[in-house]
Design a protein around this ligand. Structure first.
Ligand SMILES: [Zn+2]
Length: 162
């Protein structure tokens, strides 16, 4: 089994109300010449959790971090005006939390982060700030939202900072 130290959340960067199915996402990734869809899980607007790559296989979703991570993507992430926005439906939020709870039990040492949180720390202050984000993905603060599902060491490190 792979060592997993990160669970990385993504959005499909499609407009709210505009569907981008699991099948289409998979087909698009296969067209890039990949072995399978890049993510391990894909959550459509109806809250359905689609299983992508098997967990034992490294994903293709975040350059430099694929080897030791799990990639989860939700359908959406762009509002009607074309701006990055947390467009998750209630069903998506519920499914995502249930999935993360299950993965946290299985991989208690894995930190849950958004794709944007893995942008390079250009000013080297140890924090990834909005001006450093390469992308908005997944358009919400994953570290904060799932703080109750983070490994104890991360929660300790954060409380020390205050
Ligand atoms: Zn992403």
């Amino acid at each position: 089994m792979r060592r997993i130290d990160l669970i990385i959340l993504h959005c499909s960067a499609t407009k709210a109300g505009q569907h981008y199915s699991f099948r289409r996402c998979k087909e698009d990734h296969l067209l890039r010449g990949w072995a399978d869809i890049g993510y391990h899980f894909y959550i459509t607007c109806n809250g359905q959790v689609h299983e992508g790559r098997p967990l034992w296989m490294a994903g293709a979703h975040c350059r430099g971090y694929n080897k030791h991570s799990i990639g989860i993507c939700y359908e959406g992430g762009i509002d009607a005006t074309g701006h990055a926005a947390d467009t998750r439906t209630l069903e998506q939020r519920q499914s995502l939390r249930a999935l993360l709870t299950r993965l946290h039990d299985q991989y208690p040492a894995a930190v849950i982060m958004g794709h944007r949180d893995l942008s390079p720390d250009r000013n080297r202050d140890g924090r990834i700030t909005p001006d450093e984000w390469l992308k908005q993905c997944p358009a919400f603060d994953a570290i904060e939202e799932y703080i109750d599902l983070q490994p104890a060491r991360l929660v300790d490190a954060r409380s020390d900072a205050f």
